[in-house]
Design a protein around this ligand. Structure first.
Ligand SMILES: CC(C)(COP(=O)(O)OP(=O)(O)OC[C@H]1O[C@@H](n2cnc3c(N)ncnc32)[C@H](O)[C@@H]1OP(=O)(O)O)[C@@H](O)C(=O)NCCC(=O)NCCS
Length: 152
């Protein structure tokens, strides 16, 4: 019997010491992406984000995907998410988003924004039930607009 790659992944809450590994995944994902993918955090900025909320997917203690978010009271706002390039396309982010949706307080929507040309991420969000609610023109460094997505 073959097992899916997901069978070997563990999902758990982020802890502040995860910042080191998350920084590596973030930089690898940024280098591999053809479109701008969100904030260009320095390491100290990322460390500060890692004191907010997050979920990670890891295999053998190696973080392969993460979601970071903030609780604004009105919503859970995803500040960044990424899967390491060599672990993409294996369902890790789908699993993390499903976990996030189950964990949120009742009636608390989840918000995020993404580059209009980030087709991979947009397909992921739409499959996960997120709905596009608006656009922010000229939002990214290349002049591209951000699409705003809402869940729940
Ligand atoms: C977008 C991203 C997070 C997806 O993570 P992932 O772990 O590969 O996602 P999954 O394996 O769960 O795939 C979920 C869906 O994403 C889409 N997707 C994933 N890889 C894709 C690819 N190479 N081409 C097109 N769509 C793709 C598909 O809709 C896929 O669903 P399917 O497998 O049923 O077709 C990942 O590609 C990534 O880290 N990209 C760089 C960072 C980024 O863009 N972050 C978002 C900024 S807001």
């Amino acid at each position: 019997m073959t097992q899916s790659p997901l069978a070997f992944a563990k999902i758990r809450k982020l802890t502040p010491p995860d910042a080191d590994q998350i920084f590596v995944v973030l930089e690898l994902a940024r280098d591999a992406s053809r479109v701008p993918i969100g904030p260009k955090w320095t390491y100290p900025q990322l460390e500060a984000e890692c004191r907010e909320f997050g979920l990670v997917a890891e295999r053998q203690h190696e973080i392969q995907a993460f979601i970071l978010w903030r609780d604004t009271g009105a919503a859970w706002e995803i500040s960044f998410l990424a899967t390491a390039p060599d672990a993409q396309g294996q369902g890790l982010m789908t699993a993390l988003l499903e976990h996030l949706k189950r964990e949120r307080p009742e009636n608390r929507p989840i918000w995020l924004e993404v580059h209009t040309a980030n087709h991979k991420a947009r397909a992921l969000y739409e499959k996960a039930g997120f709905v596009a609610t608006g656009e922010r023109p000229k939002y990214y460094a290349d002049g591209g607009a951000a699409v705003l997505y809402n869940y729940g």
